[in-house]
Design a protein around this ligand. Structure first.
Ligand code: MRU
Length: 365
């Protein structure tokens, strides 16, 4: 998508096709800067410290992390080491394990001499496939937004609520939840987005608001707890969120707070949709509440907050009394019964075993 008129992806290789360049998302929204990854450790740190984040982008960075590892040491031992190092960075997004499994499988049947080239080629394919998948999610989701807009008599604006950042910054391009919004915007539908700030790391306030503004999509930032009130007053036409791991039965794990939005949506008859590519589906599990590993992050993300001073300097300040304990659970699970539909690259289905198998029949076995 565009940043000041220039199209960007979130991850790409530079001149020698071996150095991996990313947008450092910890610096947004106040500074747009890129940084280079030249080693396995760089890639692992970028994921763990959230320079890159969002399920599909974590997967893509994991794939390039394997490629960076093969540059210096293509032996079997280093395939295992790279896999474990990258897998340990963040536990919840399915896409990381999916990408690492894919790379490991291919590398183990490739001669040592060819492993570097094979890994870079596959990482690049994973990125391109993610862009295609997210674009298709956009096409299917925009048709949905358009039909809701038509059903409501083409109001002056159609209000979509989203949580966290599931835009192009969370993927390689387009996004999952935001792809339908970008496509609808392109199609001339007057879409307006309610952007949940998404405490504690504020991915909504920092990233979603930034990318929507850079692309010229109408939006309003809201605090996390206001969504229920807006829904009670008819100010939300539909919710669309992303997901980090979706079970084979359609339970959806996403940034903490998503579940409460789904409950409020159900109570108010607001459709609640989830956008995702196939790499986010964990076909091995059905019960999201008990079987999805949920990340707990540092207390400091809750007790402190970063922002820009009037002088333009970015600083971090403490919000709480000294020595306050905080619990920082990063994701929650929305049971399938609260999800109106899953918007995938193959179309929209019910959040259920039958719905997912209908779109991905090759997984039914
Ligand atoms: O902790 P983050 O910022 O990696 O969490 C991201 C999310 O929860 C997104 O909603 C999710 O990855 C869907 S991405 C397209």
């Amino acid at each position: 998508m565009n940043v000041d008129g220039t199209p960007y992806r979130t991850i790409w290789t530079t001149g020698d096709d071996r150095t991996v360049r990313i947008i450092d998302q910890t610096k947004l929204p106040h500074t747009f800067t890129t940084t280079d990854l030249t080693s396995l450790d760089d890639a692992a740190r970028a994921i763990a410290d959230m320079l890159v984040r969002g399920a599909p982008l974590i997967g893509a960075t994991g794939a390039y992390g394997m490629a960076l590892a093969m540059r210096t040491d293509p032996r079997d031992e280093n395939i295992a080491n790279a896999y474990e190092t990258l897998f340990a960075t963040r536990p919840t997004a399915s896409n990381l394990g999916w990408a690492l499994d894919d790379l490991r499988q291919r590398l183990l049947v490739t001669s040592e001499n060819d492993r570097e080239a094979v890994a870079y080629k596959r990482a690049s394919e994973i990125c391109n496939q993610d862009v295609d998948a997210c674009h298709s999610i956009g096409v299917h989701g925009a048709a949905l937004i358009s039909s809701v807009w038509e059903e409501k008599g083409q109001p002056a604006r159609i209000n979509v609520l989203t949580h966290c950042n599931a835009g192009w910054l969370a993927t390689v391009d387009w996004g999952t939840a935001l792809a339908p919004i970008y496509k609808a915007h392109e199609d001339g539908i007057p879409v307006h987005v309610w952007v949940d700030e998404t405490r504690p790391r504020n991915q909504g306030a920092s990233l979603t608001a930034w990318e929507l503004s850079k692309h010229g999509v109408d939006h309003t930032l809201i605090v996390d707890n206001v969504g229920g009130h807006l829904m009670q007053h008819g100010d939300v036409d539909l919710c669309i969120v992303g997901t980090d791991r979706t079970t084979a039965a359609g339970d959806v794990c996403n940034k903490v707070g998503t579940y409460l939005k789904a409950l409020a949506a159900q109570d108010n008859g607001v459709p609640f949709y989830v956008g995702l590519p196939h790499s986010t589906i964990d076909w091995r599990i059905n019960d999201g509440i008990h079987d999805i590993p949920i990340e707990t992050r540092a207390e400091r993300e809750v007790t402190h907050i970063a922002g820009k001073t009037e002088a333009g300097e970015t600083i971090e300040v403490q919000l709480t009394p000294d020595n306050t304990n905080a619990l920082n659970i990063a994701f929650d699970v929305t049971p399938a019964r609260y999800v109106t539909g899953l918007i995938t690259e193959r179309g929209i289905c019910n959040a259920s075993t039958e719905g997912l198998r209908g779109l991905y029949p090759e997984k039914a076995a």
